[in-house]
Design a protein around this ligand. Structure first.
Ligand code: TZP
Ligand code: MG
Length: 297
């Protein structure tokens, strides 16, 4: 997770913000954020204390000289919100039942989370709608307890009905504006990009992240097209320096480093995890390759 993708933190909150990034996805993070937010109420420079109206202090913290100012509250709020809007894209596991060899997606998801998956997506192109919805609800609950985002591929309706954190949209799916209208302004809307032309088309929609690929040859997606390689990640990164992006397509433990070196924030994988005999070990290996620590798993 890089500072580039966080909101700008000001003044005395910058140091706390950086610390908060390290704590992100840790159970202590919430506690730390709460503490920092409270600092917004309690800490502010002496000159701003002088400017502050006594009634504001009394109203916000009865019986205590809190030294509160609107600026301090805003900084605390900004810090908290900035962390909430950052998604850890490092190990984005895409769950596709067609690749799962008959195993339960929920079991696979549980093992992937234990191995350090930082985000999950349900990609089901074949099952009956009500089965997709049931899977989405179960996976969404699992992700909620693991405190990682759960995304639904293609299906804005299923994302909405299951309470998913967002949706991933390809070139032929519903327009992102429609997805945001249906899912609400806080939803994560990811988009696929396989060329600079597609990037140009995607950027006006303010995607929350981009899936760039296929990086390498893949048998998972029949119509994926020719591999564009990590060079495309580099081009997208240069053209859109602030948009979070993952490489996708044919990524394994052997080639993940090249994708990251080209500037990706993470890797999206299907078969490397979902078809692995030991899902947890496969995820853990990718996680370690990307610099994750055992503590995070
Ligand atoms: N989008 C581009 S390539 C791809 C998708 C969904 C398939 C990736 O699957 P795998 O098994 O990781 O190559
Ligand atoms: Mg699609």
């Amino acid at each position: 997770m890089s500072v580039t993708h966080t909101a700008i933190l000001q003044g005395d909150y910058f140091a706390f913000g950086t610390l908060g990034l390290f704590l992100h996805d840790n159970y202590w993070c919430e506690l730390a954020e709460l503490w920092f937010l409270l600092q917004g109420f309690c800490l502010c420079p002496p000159e701003s204390r002088r400017e502050q109206a006594p009634s504001a202090s009394a109203a916000c913290s009865p019986g205590r000289d809190s030294g509160i100012t609107a600026a301090a509250v805003c900084r605390g709020f900004l810090f908290t919100m900035s962390n909430l809007s950052v998604h850890d894209l490092r190990i984005y596991v895409v769950l596709d039942p067609a690749i799962a060899k008959g195993r339960s997606l929920v079991d696979i998801a549980r093992q992937a989370i234990a191995g350090g998956a930082t985000m999950l997506q349900l990609r089901d192109k074949n099952s009956a709608d009500r089965d997709v919805l049931a899977a989405a609800i179960a996976l969404g609950q699992l992700c909620k307890s693991a405190r990682i985002p759960f995304i639904v591929n293609d299906r804005v309706d299923i994302a909405r009905a299951s309470g998913a954190a967002g949706v991933h949209l390809g070139q032929d799916d519903l327009p992102p504006a429609v997805a945001r209208e249906v899912l609400g302004p806080g939803a994560i809307v990811g988009m696929s990009t396989g060329s600079l032309a597609e990037l140009r088309a995607a950027l006006p929609h303010n995607p929350d992240y981009l899936g760039v690929g296929p990086m390498f040859a893949t048998r998972t997606k029949g119509d994926a097209g020719e591999p564009v390689g990590p060079a495309m990640v580099r081009m997208v990164r240069e053209a859109a320096p602030t948009v979070p992006l993952v490489g996708i397509g044919g990524i394994t433990a052997d080639n993940a480093a090249a994708v990251m070196a080209a500037g990706a924030d993470g890797i999206a994988v299907v078969s490397a995890v979902v078809a692995a005999p030991d899902v947890e070990a496969a995820t853990r290996r990718l996680h370690a390759l990307l610099g994750g620590s055992e503590d995070e798993c």
